[in-house]
Design a protein around this ligand. Structure first.
Ligand SMILES: [Zn+2]
Length: 292
């Protein structure tokens, strides 16, 4: 999910230090910057493990998604946000191949997570434990060049009055449907106007409950996988009730003034650095040592 940019106002949330002496107070900005220095994955246990929650955690043993594969290409690789848990990497590779099999143009993959997961200074509150990915609604007939990858943007398919644009169509619906039908997918976030369209076109689909209305998300869908089976460190979200498709009254709320006002507040809200599980401190320890 995307939110407003980080405010420069400093709030001390949590200190990261390996030393036994009292940790120096650290503001949010410097903690975001510390995590921003991570350049490669690290495994604490020899295996891949999400640690913490989607919006406050990190990822041990991340895997890089190859920048090109059957049916997909990674966008903006310079941001180093193409890392994830092996389940996420496998999911994207399968999805690309499946969409290709269905005759769809190339899937453009937006942000996954950073090489060790963790909070990002811009763009996301979640995407921290290697189980979230943004997929562009814009599909491509050609492989993007390295320059294209950095310069292309995905246009919004939702107009100012909440209407879907003329570019919206069956290919975008199939992308959502194919992603949501995957058993390892727990939630898919889309704009409320897109959710309404999916409610109309796929009223009886068994996966419809997974597709959730959220602010923004007119240019991409956000796919969230469930915690890997057997993980002791990945913190589950409240499971969704398959009977509650979010197509009735709950969807109507998204078109109220109250919803618009809440969305506007989120745009300007500060994003203090989240309190991470203790194990995540080890993920940036060597960077901290270099810094001191
Ligand atoms: Zn997202």
């Amino acid at each position: 999910m995307k939110y407003g940019i980080l405010s420069t106002l400093a709030v001390c949330v949590v200190a990261i230090s390996a030393s036994a002496s009292p940790a120096p107070a650290r503001d949010s900005k410097s903690l975001y910057e510390l995590w921003g220095k991570v350049k490669g994955p690290l495994s604490l246990s020899g295996k891949a493990d999400p640690i913490g929650t989607y919006a406050a955690g990190c990822l041990s043993g991340a895997e890089a998604l190859p920048l090109d594969g059957a049916g997909y290409s990674v966008m903006h690789p310079s941001r180093l946000r193409y890392f994830g848990h092996p389940n996420l990497v496998g999911f994207i590779r399968d999805l690309g191949a499946r969409l290709k099999g269905e005759g769809l143009p190339l899937l453009l993959v937006g942000d996954m997570g950073r090489p060790r997961g963790g909070p990002m200074i811009s763009g996301h509150n979640s995407h921290q434990i290697g189980l979230d990915v943004d997929l562009w609604f814009r599909l491509s007939r050609k492989r993007p060049s390295s320059r294209d990858r950095e310069s292309w943007v995905s246009p919004s398919y939702v107009g100012k009055k909440g209407e879907l644009t003329r570019s919206w169509g069956q290919q975008q619906r199939e992308l959502i449907a194919t992603a949501a039908a995957a058993p390892e997918v727990e939630r898919v976030f889309v704009n409320a106007s897109i959710k309404r369209d999916m409610c109309t076109k796929y009223a009886d689909a068994p996966w419809l409950y997974k597709v959730r209305a959220w602010w923004g998300h007119g240019d991409h869908l956000h796919v969230r996988l469930q915690c890997p089976a057997g993980s002791q460190t990945c913190q589950h979200q409240e499971p969704l009730d398959p009977k509650k498709t979010q197509c009735g009254e709950e969807l109507a709320w998204w078109f109220t003034t109250e919803a618009a006002e809440e969305g506007a507040k989120k745009q300007v809200a500060e994003r203090p650095f989240p309190e991470l599980p203790a194990a995540c401190e080890q993920m940036v320890q060597e960077l901290e040592v270099k810094r001191l």
